[in-house]
Design a protein around this ligand. Structure first.
Ligand SMILES: [Fe+2]
Ligand SMILES: [Fe+2]
Length: 196
């Protein structure tokens, strides 16, 4: 992969506004720090962090049109929650328009909106970096930030609990993949405690 920051910024400018580019740069920086901490390929973390939100901010019509064009299957839940489709579509855009074929990078972009059970370390890094980058401000972020560098699974549990609270407070439903991600991590945490 020979994607440098200039090429990536040029690519992002075609799709997202300045504010989202800033968030992407911050996410990439945080992702690289987490990659260092957990021994993950830093270049992959950088590229995934920079491009994870490339499909964000498109209107429902734009997302659906792109999904059709790229043969991306959008489930019922995602049709009524278009915000959640930008991970799937982002991975397609990065693959087709930037020529990135690395499965780990594409999968980290794809799953950053909902999470899933048994996530790879790079997937968890992008999920967490997206939430704790320095531009983010919300109640409970301090706890997730602290855990992120100590135990990324514990940070994931804390982040998913925050997402659950937020979603419930707005009267929305949680995506089944997020529930699976949470249950998987909680089961692992339990087994760890029991020494299984
Ligand atoms: Fe996103
Ligand atoms: Fe993001």
């Amino acid at each position: 992969m020979d994607c440098n920051s200039k090429q990536l910024i040029k690519f992002l400018k075609k799709h997202i506004d300045h504010k989202r580019i800033k968030h992407s740069v911050n996410t990439a920086r945080e992702a690289v720090m987490l990659a260092k901490r957990y021994g993950v390929d830093e270049q992959k973390a950088y590229i995934a962090g920079m491009t994870h939100d490339v499909a964000k901010g498109k209107c429902r019509f734009g997302l659906n049109k792109l999904a059709k064009e790229y043969n991306v299957i959008i489930d019922e839940f995602e049709i009524s929650n278009p915000e959640l489709t930008h991970g799937k579509l982002g991975a397609e855009i990065v693959s087709r328009q930037l020529g990135i074929r690395d499965k780990e990078i594409l999968s980290a972009i794809r799953w950053h909106t909902t999470g899933r059970a048994d996530m790879s370390m790079l997937e968890k890094i992008i999920y967490i970096a997206d939430i704790i980058e320095p531009g983010r401000k919300f109640k409970g972020i301090g706890e997730i930030k602290k855990l992120a560098y100590e135990d990324i699974d514990a940070a994931m549990i804390s982040a998913l609990e925050q997402v659950m609270k937020f979603v419930q407070s707005r009267g929305f439903a949680l995506h089944s993949k997020s529930i699976e991600a949470y249950q998987y991590l909680k089961e692992r945490e339990e087994k760890k405690k029991l020494g299984i």
